[in-house]
Design a protein around this ligand. Sequence first.
Ligand code: FES
Ligand SMILES: [Fe+2]
Length: 326
Amino acid sequence: MIRNQWYGVLDSDEVKKGKPLGVTRLGERLVFWRDSKGQIICMKDVCAHRGTSLAAGTVCTDREAVQCPFHGFEYDSSGRCRLIPANGKTAPVPQNFHVEAYPSRESQGFIYIWWGEHREEYPNVPRFQNLAEKEFSYTLITDTWPVHYSRTIENQLDLVHLPFVHYNTIGRGNRTLVNGPIEQIRGNEILFWPRNTEDHGEKPLKQADFPAPDESSQHIHFIFPNLWQNWIAPSLRVAIVFAPIDGNHTRIYLRTYQKFIRIPVLKKLADLVMYRFSLKILRQDRRVVVTQLPDSSEKELSENLIRGDLPIISYRRMRESLKNSV
Ligand code: FES
Ligand SMILES: [Fe+2]
C-alpha cells in the first residue's frame, strides 16, 4: 500500500446516521459512523476494553459518541473513551482507553480515509475531474473481487484486453492493434486515449503520429491511489473507486453517470440500460482478472509486458515511486 494518501473506501449512502457500519478496509477492521451534524467518523473497530466490535454497538447522537455493546464504554469522534459506566459517570477515564481514529472526508458521494501519518494539514481529497456529479444521474454497481486492488486498477488501464475480453461489448470490431498508447502523466495522475484499430498488417502508430490529445475526446483518467474515470462523452462517464479490503480482496464501486436524458421516466430506463451494460462489462473483466497469478501486482512478478501495456507500466512505476517517497 502507498502510505499518506486519501483512499476512497465507501459509498456515502452506506453510512446512515444513527447506525455504525463495520467494514474491513486496507486490512483493518474499521467502524464508520456519523455525528449529529452528519460528519463522517472512522476508527478502528476494536474496543480498547476487551476488543469487541464497536460496529455492533450504538451511536449515541446526543452525546456524539459510539457505545460498545459489551460493557457500554463510549468513544468520541477522536477515538477517546469518555465514559466507563462501571466506574461511575464522574470517574475520569485514563488516556490509554483510546481507539485509533482515521481522518475521513466525503467528496462526490464517496467516503475517503487518510492512510498514513497524522498531520496538521492534509492535502485535498482526490476528485473525479470534470465531473459535476450533481448534473448527472447515476447507477451504482458494487462487487468484491478476490484480488489485490492493484490488479483491479491495472485491468482498467489495459488497452490490450479490449477486443478479447470485451469482444461483444466495448471491444467490438476486432481492433486488436494498439496504437500509441497516447498517454500523459500529470503529477499523480495518468491520462490515456485509446486508439485501437483493426490489424491490416501495418505497424502500430506511435504517440507522435497523433495530434496532441485533449480532454474533449474519450479518454481514461486515473488518479492515485484508487480513482478511475472513463470520460466517454460530455454527458456520459464511468467512474470507479477501487476500495482495498485487504491484501487479496477489493471492493469495486462503479458508477455510470449520464445526463443526456433528463425526462424522469426515460432517465430511469436509460440508467437501467447502462447499469446492465456496465455490469456485463465488469463481469467480463472479473472472469479473467480473478485468474491472474499472483493475485497482486505488488508481489514478485514474472510477467513480460509489451508496448501496448504502457499505462500499466506507468502505473507500476509511479506506484513504486510514491511508495518510496513516504
Ligand atoms: S469490550 Fe467494549 S466495553 Fe468492554
Ligand atoms: Fe475490461
